[in-house]
Design a protein around this ligand. Sequence first.
Ligand SMILES: NC(=O)C1=CN([C@@H]2O[C@H](COP(=O)(O)OP(=O)(O)OC[C@H]3O[C@@H](n4cnc5c(N)ncnc54)[C@H](O)[C@@H]3O)[C@@H](O)[C@H]2O)C=CC1
Ligand SMILES: O=C(O)C(=O)Cc1ccc(O)cc1
Length: 302
Amino acid sequence: MTDSITASSGPLFRRLAIIGPGLIGSSILRRARQDGTIAARLVACDISPDVCRRVAELGLADEVEQDPLRAVADADCVILCVPVGAIAEVGAHVLPAMKPGAILSEVGSTKLSILTALAPALRPDVPFVPTHPMAGTEHSGPDAGFATLFDDRWCLLTPLPETPPAATDLIVEMWHRMGARTRVMDPAHHDRVCAIVSHLPHLLAFTICGTADDLADETRSEVLDFAASGFRDFTRIAASDPVMWRDIFLNNREALLEMLARFMEDAQAMARAIRWGDEEFIVDRIERGRHIRRSLIENRQA
Ligand SMILES: NC(=O)C1=CN([C@@H]2O[C@H](COP(=O)(O)OP(=O)(O)OC[C@H]3O[C@@H](n4cnc5c(N)ncnc54)[C@H](O)[C@@H]3O)[C@@H](O)[C@H]2O)C=CC1
Ligand SMILES: O=C(O)C(=O)Cc1ccc(O)cc1
């Protein structure tokens, strides 16, 4: 943390603008509203008039703006909370309207492709601090957010080599005040980590639900009848937003395909062990799963 950031020095930002106040953006707004030390004034902006209307009805921001250029004009921090496929475009659109010294941030689930697409529009006088809160649900939109979403969750930050450390420190402090723990990492590493812990599990959930859906009608009704088993946990994840996950898969193509290839090799090894009755192999794999679950519980991430 920089010397200038202290708990007693008042709100971190005078004016914080959230572009895309859906699940993540509205959770930031709710927490900032409740906390009071994050921003003195909250501005929300969304491409959807329905979302703008709802954010106003819920009283989540001091100002609700349809025009992104007006929303960012006087902000000292702008956080893009739109789907991954729209982040670079929205960022390039608002950057020229931001005031010098203001911080641009975003919360996308992938990092490398956003950075590549946004790089030509970045300004030396507007520090860019990409972030990724590892917290969420299968729900979307401003009604789905809640103030405690980030409590005890990790928020990963991938600042550029040229990002001033003071700007990264401010965003780190903001996430701490949101209740999160933070870790700074390289964007390529981020994309590989998220491919295995988040993107591949979603791919598997969408696929297994599709496979069940392809079965005969009779079996499908039994799937629904007897879903109080492992299948039910997959269906929660599979209920996630299609646009969001399309964008994540297409923007983390290489890392995701590599993790999928590894997974398929490991699944083949399990199939072989089952075919040949290799009890030791099967038990060892299950033990590893149980160990990972225990570690998550100990780390309060389950
Ligand atoms: N849902 C989750 O669990 C998590 C999502 N993320 C990332 O956060 C971002 C937002 O995700 P959610 O909040 O779940 O999505 P959401 O669908 O709930 O909200 C996105 C909002 O962005 C708005 N939007 C779309 N295009 C826009 C544009 N061009 N200009 C202005 N507004 C626009 C939509 O109207 C919507 O209100 C995504 O990049 C996602 O990858 C990160 C961590 C967790
Ligand atoms: O609902 C779940 O299980 C999630 O995994 C939420 C989630 C979705 C996308 C992210 O980038 C991070 C977290």
